[in-house]
Design a protein around this ligand. Structure first.
Ligand code: ADP
Ligand code: MG
Ligand code: MG
Length: 247
């Protein structure tokens, strides 16, 4: 069952073509990894989904559950259930973990906070990501690993349909990375669909059901777990531009 389809996406910056007809299909409930060397165009492709580059500033089509999307901005894509967690996190440093979660709460935006309900809800989300004992800690005092988890909790508060993580473990130690990846697998069991951008082949092979290799703004291939041989060698070949086996 298809959730997302990106068809023949091209995007230029000041006349320089950065995406050259990229195709990506993501099924409901899968973890889809996007790999490729630095500068390949991975973040640019995901920014199109997040609404950062509005409809009309790129070529090609984005379909969500079969429906064509013309995102005007981040809010627009967020309302359709797409949440992207960037490498630079968007948290308020001098507020606590719980307060940062309140900020993302839609009810609060509408000015109708039910504090008891909100508290219970926040605690539930924090428990889900393993931060329930840390809710009063200030963002500035916690490590990047926990900050990533707060971002994920914020996404869950928004009833996310597609969770996109752009190099979530790049600044994390092994323990925090493992925790985050296990959370991703747990969310998948509950039906979550996610796209993870990563340079770390070991973690990609651990969590991903499919791996799309992007090189120099083009899709090289999509490998399917259980069908294609997902070897580090094969992905590395896609990344460094050496000739690919078989295709
Ligand atoms: P990746 O995420 O795979 O490392 P990016 O999508 O960040 O790659 O970048 C792809 C290419 O697009 C790079 O050459 C980068 O310099 C260029 N690029 C990205 N964003 C911009 C921008 N806002 N203006 C100009 N060039 C950009
Ligand atoms: Mg990069
Ligand atoms: Mg990037």
């Amino acid at each position: 069952d298809k959730l997302l389809e990106m068809k023949d996406i091209s995007k230029s910056f000041s006349g320089v073509k950065v995406l050259k007809g990229v195709n990506l299909k993501v099924d409901k409930g899968e973890i889809h990894a996007l790999v490729g060397e630095n500068g390949a165009g991975k973040s640019t492709l995901m920014n199109i989904l997040s609404g950062i580059y509005e409809y009309g500033s790129y070529e090609g089509d984005v379909l969500l559950e079969g429906k064509k999307c013309k995102f005007k901005n981040i809010k627009d894509s967020g309302e359709k259930g797409i949440v992207i967690i960037h490498q630079e996190l968007a948290l308020v440093p001098y507020l606590s973990i719980a307060e940062n979660l309140f900020l993302g709460n839609e009810q609060e935006e509408k000015g109708i906070i039910n504090w008891n309900k909100t508290h219970t809800y926040t605690e539930k989300l924090l428990e889900k990501v393993g931060l329930h004992e840390n809710s009063h800690e200030l963002i500035k005092n916690i490590g990047v690993g926990k900050q990533q988890l707060v971002e994920i909790a914020k996404a869950l508060a928004k009833e996310v349909k597609l969770l996109i993580l752009d190099e979530p473990t790049a600044a994390l130690n092994d323990t925090d990375s493992e925790h985050l990846l296990n959370l991703l697998l747990e969310l998948k069991e509950e039906g979550m669909t996610s796209i993870i951008i990563s340079h770390k082949l070991k973690e990609v092979t651990k969590v991903a059901d499919k791996i799309t290799v992007i090189r120099d703004g083009s899709t090289i291939e999509t490998l399917v777990k259980g069908k294609d041989a997902i070897t580090e060698d094969r992905i590395i070949k896609g990344m460094v531009g050496r000739e690919l086996v078989d295709r």
